[in-house]
Design a protein around this ligand. Structure first.
Ligand SMILES: CC/C=C\C/C=C\C/C=C\C/C=C\C/C=C\C/C=C\CCC(=O)O
Ligand SMILES: N[C@@H](Cc1ccccc1)C(=O)O
Ligand SMILES: [Zn+2]
Ligand SMILES: [Zn+2]
Length: 515
């Protein structure tokens, strides 16, 4: 009996070991024999004009950004903006970029009172134009907690501090600066392009970007690609990757902002009801926080990001990333741990506003809160709203949708994707230390979604090296950009404009360089 048992145990063990060995063999085979094909190749041509800055250029470039940071273009709420500052910004760019404003082949239009549209006419009308997008408005900043006041643009230790240094005056001013430099060197543009600078991106962009998009659509414009803010060259976000990697957003999350409110009869606090409006609302909010939206890892482009970066990981993480079919449960658990990576794999829930109460001895007549959800690419707003209702499960809580839209479609990412190849080429020129270029998700929202009818090739990327610490500064305290980082951003844009002037992408076999 015992012998038979032992025999069965042995057989079972052998079976298990066999399965484990087989799995291991598959993992190794996939990792080392069936490695994912290397990324597409890029061509070898260099831009015509190099980016050499004189001491004077350097000073000018820095001061142009600093001056823009000092203009307090704050968007407080959908109907509250600092319009004086928005107008001042318009005058300011006219003053600092004289070549852009005087070139005969550049048309400048003011849209929605404060936004800017530049149409830069290239010499070859056969080439499909592209678009560079940015915004000039910023979110409010507290006066406390900054090492230098948020609109001082003070320079400290090689950094310029201020609201908008990363989000997004660096792009708005950087694009114009790159063009200004090119014009001064008499660079003759071949491919036409548009520059859009929105004035209300932080409050959904209905008056700025939306109107620019409508106008271009009415003119029958189609774009070969559009580049906006939204992702960056990431350094230290992912454990196990040493080198900085360029993650280019190929979609952005959807958004759903809801206002929750509870109304109750006011009265004397000496004889309170069992629950007040505040207690009821707090309970609902707590349920939302305690029950995060489902983990959708594997259902959106986040998996492609990891697969692209697989070879960047150190052993044994490289094995894990090339075999997500097996290891995705572990990886998704790891990604959940950090807020910025958690945001890649699920619809996020952020309670952002809470208002209630009148006086210490009055039962509060109403309590209100705002909850901001960012929707994972695999979900729809409607689906998220249903989950919210079942999680709150309390009819006394009124739910009003303030603003909502579904995630953007996924932009192309292949050898024929013109924009992607231009970004690769330009990254290779300007950031040789960047070892990989991968598609990813923009976890926040941008003005670019308004342009979906003009192109299916929308990319979200800031040519800026960002560390996790920098990410916290965006909408937070001590937002800053290094002077060197900003110079590199302008250099990237300067080369991007030149690289885009290529007629069409070279055939894959004719390439000389690989990234
Ligand atoms: C597997 C990939 C790993 C990690 C990626 C994780 C998180 C991404 C983190 C940071 C993204 C980097 C830069 C963000 C830059 C700007 C903010 C983007 C949009 C802002 C929209 C706005 O508020 O105006
Ligand atoms: N771009 C801003 C403002 C915004 C919020 C939500 C939707 C659209 C725009 C953000 O992502 O926070
Ligand atoms: Zn922004
Ligand atoms: Zn922002």
């Amino acid at each position: 009996m015992a012998g038979r048992l032992r025999g069965a145990a042995l057989a079972g063990c052998l079976g298990l070991c066999g399965t484990a060995l087989a799995l291991l063999a598959v993992v190794l085979l996939r990792a080392y024999v069936l490695r994912p094909a290397p990324g597409p190749r890029v061509w070898g041509r260099r831009p015509e004009l190099g980016f050499e800055l004189s001491a004077r250029d350097r000073r000018e470039l820095k001061e142009a950004l600093r001056g823009a940071i000092k203009i307090q273009t704050v968007s407080f709420s959908p109907d509250d903006q600092n319009t004086t500052a928005l107008a001042e910004f318009g005058n300011y760019i006219k003053k600092v970029f004289p070549a852009v404003f005087s070139a005969k082949f550049i048309q400048h239009e003011i849209i929605g009172e404060y936004s800017h549209l530049f149409t830069v006419q290239g010499s070859d009308p056969q080439l499909t134009p592209y678009m560079l997008l940015a915004h000039m408005d910023v979110v409010p900043a507290s006066q406390e907690g900054w090492v230098a006041p948020p609109f001082s643009a003070e320079e400290r230790g090689g950094f310029i501090y201020g609201r908008g240094t990363m989000d997004n005056k660096n792009s708005a001013i950087g694009i114009l600066q790159a063009l200004e430099f090119l014009l001064r060197k008499d660079y003759r543009l071949r491919r036409s392009f548009y520059i859009g600078i929105g004035h209300d991106e932080e409050i959904y962009g209905h008056k700025g970007a939306r109107k620019i998009a409508d106008l271009l659509e009415a003119r029958g414009v189609k774009l070969s690609f559009l580049l906006d803010e939204g992702s960056a060259i990431l350094d230290g976000f992912i454990k196990g990757i040493k080198a900085p990697v360029a993650v280019i957003g190929i979609t952005e999350k959807g958004a759903l902002t809801v206002k929750l409110s509870v109304e109750k009869e006011p009265g004397h606090s000496s004889a309170p009801p069992k629950e007040t409006s505040i207690g009821i609302l707090a309970g609902a909010l707590s349920r939302l926080e305690q029950n995060p939206m489902p983990n959708m890892f594997g259902h959106g482009p986040e998996i492609r990001t990891l697969e692209h970066l697989a070879s960047e990981f150190t052993f044994p993480l490289n094995l894990i990333m090339t075999n997500l079919w097996l290891f995705s449960p572990i990886v998704s658990r790891i990604l959940q741990q950090m807020p910025s990576t958690n945001a890649l794999i699920r619809t996020t829930t952020a309670i952002t506003m809470f208002n209630a109460g009148i006086k210490t001895n009055i039962i509060p007549p109403s309590a209100k809160a705002t909850v901001n959800f960012r929707i994972h690419p695999s979900q729809k707003a409607e689906e998220v709203l249903e989950i919210i209702k079942t999680t709150i499960a309390d009819d006394r809580v009124k739910i009003d949708v303030q603003e909502t839209f579904d995630p953007n479609p996924i932009s192309p990412w292949d050898n024929q994707a013109f924009g992607v190849q231009i970004f690769r080429r330009t990254l290779l020129d300007v950031f040789p230390e960047v070892s990989s270029v991968a598609p990813g998700i923009c976890i926040a929202n941008t003005d670019s979604r308004h342009f979906a009818k003009l192109t299916d090739a929308i990319y979200l990327f800031n040519p800026l090296i960002i560390k996790p610490d920098d990410f916290l500064r965006i909408h937070g305290l001590n937002e800053r950009i290094s002077v060197e980082g900003y110079e590199k951003q302008v250099e990237f844009l300067y080369q991007l404009i030149q690289n885009s002037d290529i007629k069409k992408l070279p055939e894959p076999h004719a390439n000389s360089h690989e990234l």
